[in-house]
Structures are given as structure tokens and as C-alpha cells.
Design a protein around this ligand. Sequence first.
Ligand code: NAI
Ligand code: MG
Length: 576
Amino acid sequence: MAYPTAVRTHFTAMSASASPLWRVLSTGRRVPAVPARHGPLVVAPFATAVESPTAQDVNPAQILRNVRPKLLIDGDFVDAASGKTFPVLDPRTEDVIAQVAEADAADVDRAVGAARRAFDSGPWRKMSGRQRGRVLSRLADLLEERAEEFARIETLDNGKPLALSRGFDIPFVVSHFRYFAGWADKISGKTLQTNSNTFAYTLHEAVGVAAAIIPWNLPLLMMALKAAPALACGCTVVLKVAEQTPMSALLFGELALEAGVPPGVFNILPGYGPTAGAALVAHPGVDKVSFTGSTEVGREIMRGAADGVKHVSLELGGKSAAIVCPGVDLESVVEEAHDALFMNQGQACAAGSRTFVHESLYDEFVERAVERAQRATVGDPFGDVQLGPLVDSAQLEKVLGYMREGAAQAGAGYLCLVAEYSYLIYRLNGSLIGVATQGAVVRCGGSRIGSKGYYVEPTVFSDVRDEMSIAKEEIFGPVQSIMKWSSVEEVLDRANASPYGLGAGVWTKDLDLANRISRGLRVGTVWVNCYNQFDDAAPFGGYKMSGFGRDMSEYALQNFTEVKAVVTPLQDPAWI
Ligand code: NAI
Ligand code: MG
């Protein structure tokens, strides 16, 4: 290749480290001490080596022993005003592992009242940024000390492999609180060059009471993406956790109090969306709503926030393109495109769920992608596996529905075209196994595994066409759809034809092509020769129906600050 050495080194480094996490998952055992620099998926090693429990050893009551299944309001863990609770399930077994207090409008009112008082007259907003930063640093330290406990809670609650909770979710939360602890005393405005005899400057002030409504796919990390910048800015927070996964945030609430976050500054409401969530969005005491979840609920939230003209930022669904260009090293790219989709059982907003492969590589890529997906181990997430169960029965039904819709029958087959979108699928021995009404071929997977727990097979569709529902809609499951492309203009048009615009990946050895595609895509993040490389310092969020506003990085501060201009006459405008 004719690249300058620096570029070549960069590409080599990126591809060598592009899926450190998955390497851990596929080789099993524990998370190694990977330096953060080129392995952001493994953000920081745990201080002490920990033994993996075998799946049989898992005792939910023991794992949850320190979690108080209540609401956190004004520094106290309390029952819901109604006295109601709701069940939380273990996605491995469908057993109830906890009954948690269920917040509704009355509790929202209490929590927002506490957050309002804490903002208007409490110490948090008025203390120096340096002091707030120290509290947030202490909170990060406390979490790090108990990282293993949190990782197990996350895996029990969500079903994600323990190696992922240990190697990605929890270390990222630690790192994110440290990162924003560092920002807390660096949130400043500007001195302005005015056109009059005035002195003018801006202040970036805390926006007020911030409501955070988060999903279940990365429970503690989603909390961190909202709470860390909000608290750094001096806001007070009311967090509505997802009904499927409330446990880790509740324990984190205890740590926040222990770290010195004053009562009322960080409140937590487990409960359902249409009740607790909607009441929180509409509450007049809330100044800002930060949401991650489905596009459909994002719209509801904009409507709900409209009456109070509240600040809103939304990180919504996606249908991200993973674009494989000619001439790449298939071995590593197949692996990275696999990770891009299958990480977290495909339950990731940025999942690379449209795999666009250049025609020169298509057949070989499909073969290898199928072989890779068939090798992926699925099972108890406390064991040595790459995929655990999906989060709940609703998600299971949704994913199975897409698998059925994508093709009529699962199984290896070859095609006989009978109409434009209708194929007969034959087994390799010649017997008819079904009709693929939309024309994609299930190369592997396509079914639920067992009848207890929300496990599904890693699934690969080839011959996918853009108009099929599996190519257009967010599945949020382990379903890879592989499409063929011929020209760069065409693949850019097709990638951009989605109403979503969250992320994308491009694999190429051609730097000019990488630049052209990166600029051509209407998405919030482009990963070049890698995927899912998240970093505290890099903004994350969407174009189009993937939302607006950015989580993570310096840009996230804008979500939680107002800009105030202060103008005063200058008697002696020395610089004019
Ligand atoms: P959802 O958007 O309904 O839930 C996310 C959060 O919003 C939860 O805390 C929920 O209680 C809350 N919520 C629901 N309705 C609300 C309302 N009317 N007002 C205020 N808050 C409300 O997502 P759900 O039902 O869990 O998953 C459905 C689909 O959404 C998934 O299959 C996936 O396609 C997508 N999704 C996208 C995520 C992302 O990271 N962008 C995360 C989770 C789901
Ligand atoms: Mg929903």
C-alpha cells in the first residue's frame, strides 16, 4: 500500500485492537488489562482479578443483596405513595428476582419537588465546580471498588454476558464519571468583542432540574451518559430507569449519597413509561428532558415537553450501515462487522444492522459471516458465552417476528426465483422447505433457543433488499442483514435512504475513500476500520430520526446548560 507510515500504523493499530472485547468474549475467561488508548471497549481493567462464577453458582438473591428495591427521593429510599410494586425478571429463567416500588405521578411530584428545592436553594449548584468534581471523582472511585458486584447485577438484570458488563459497561461508567468530574470546574463562557461601549460576557449556567429517561440495553451506562454531565453542570436529576432493569442504578444511588451528593440532587424512580415517564416529562418543575429509547417514545416526549417549552435531547433508534469496501482483509473485517451487530445480542442503538458488502467480496463475506455467526456461543450470560438472552418477552417476540418476516423458513438453502420478491427455498438435497416472501435467505439461525429464557439464535440473512422490513426497521436483536453494493454513489444513497442517522462503519484501505464516505453519510458517528469504538471524549448522537443533542464528550455539557449574556456599559473601553 502507498500510505504514509503514520496512516498505515494507525490503520494497523485500529484493526489490531478493533474488537478487544469480543476477543475476550470469544476466548472467554476474564478481562485482561488492556490499555485504554487503543482499546476503548475495555475502558479500564479491574483492580483485582475475579473468578467467573459458573452459571450454576449464580444466586440472584445474593447478587442483589445490597440493592434496596425502592424509590430514591430526597436522599431516602422510600415506597411508592400507592404502595405498588412491579416484578423484575431474570431473562435467563423468566423468574421474578425482585419486586420493586412502582413510581407514578404522585411519586414524580415528590421527586421533582425534592430536585427543585435542591436546585433552587441547596448547596449543589452553588458549590464550586472543583468541589462538585471531587464528589463525582469519589463516586467513580466507590463504583470502581465495587465494580464486580455491579457487573453481576447488570448481567442478572439485563442478560448481557458477564464479560461485557465487566469489560465494558461498568468500567465505562467509572470512566465517564471521572471524565465529567474533570469538566465540572471548566464550564465557562466567553468574553465577547462587542460593537458598543459595553463589556459583555457569557455564563454557562446549569439548566435546572434535569429529567433523564433511559432504556434497558446498557442500564448503568445510560444513567451515566445523562447523570454525569448533568451533575457536573450543577443540575439536579430525576432519573426514570427502565422498568426491565432498575437494579444497578438503585445501588448506584446509595453510592452517590455516600460520595457526598446532597439529598435531592440525584433521585431515582423505577416505574413504567406511560405512567412515571410521561408524568415526569410533563411536570412543570422539570426544566430539561434527556431521553434514550425508541423513536416512537421520543416523539411522545417532545409532545409532552412542548407545553412547558422544556429543553429536550433525544438519542433514538438506528439502522446503521456497516460498509465493506473492496480490497479489505476479510478475516478481520468479517469479525468486526459481526461484533458491530451481535454485541449485546444486537440490542444496541448503534448496531451495524445493515451490512453493505461490495460485490467483489460478497459471496466470500457471506460464507465467512455465516461461519462466524454459527460459531458464536449463546447461553447463560454468567458462563463463558458471547451472547446471553434478550432482555424480555416483548423483545423476544419482536425479534422472532422479524426473523419470520425476513424469510418464511430457516435453514440453508438455494433459491429459485419465481417472482420479483418471492422465492422458493430448497434444501441442498432438493426438498422444498418454504417460500421466502420477501426474498431474503436465512443462512443460519432464525429461531428461539429452548422454551425458557429469552434466547435466540444468531441469525444471518443474505440477499437482503433495501425495501424489506429487516433492512428498514430497527430489530434490536442478533439479526445480521447482508446487502450487496457496486458503486460508492449507490451505497451512500442507500445508506442515507434510512430515516435514521445514528452511526455507520466503513472498512477500506483507501484513505480518500474513507474520507469520502465519512463525509457523505448523514449520521452522528462514523467508525473507520472499526466499529463501536466509544470514548468519553467523542460525542454520540443522531441525525434525522435518530434524535438530536449529543451524549458524551464536551458537547454533552450543552444539554445541561443555559447561556446567559451579561452586558454592562464601560466608561473607559480601553480596547476600543
Ligand atoms: P421505549 O422507548 O419504550 O423505552 C425507553 C424508556 O422510555 C423506558 O424507560 C420507558 O419506560 C420509557 N417510556 C416509554 N414510554 C414512555 C412515555 N410515553 N413517556 C415517557 N417515557 C416513556 O423502548 P422499549 O419499549 O423498551 O423498546 C422498544 C424498541 O425501542 C426496541 O426494540 C428498540 O428498537 C428501541 N430502543 C432503542 C434504544 C436506543 O438505545 N436507542 C434503547 C431501547 C429501545
Ligand atoms: Mg416501549
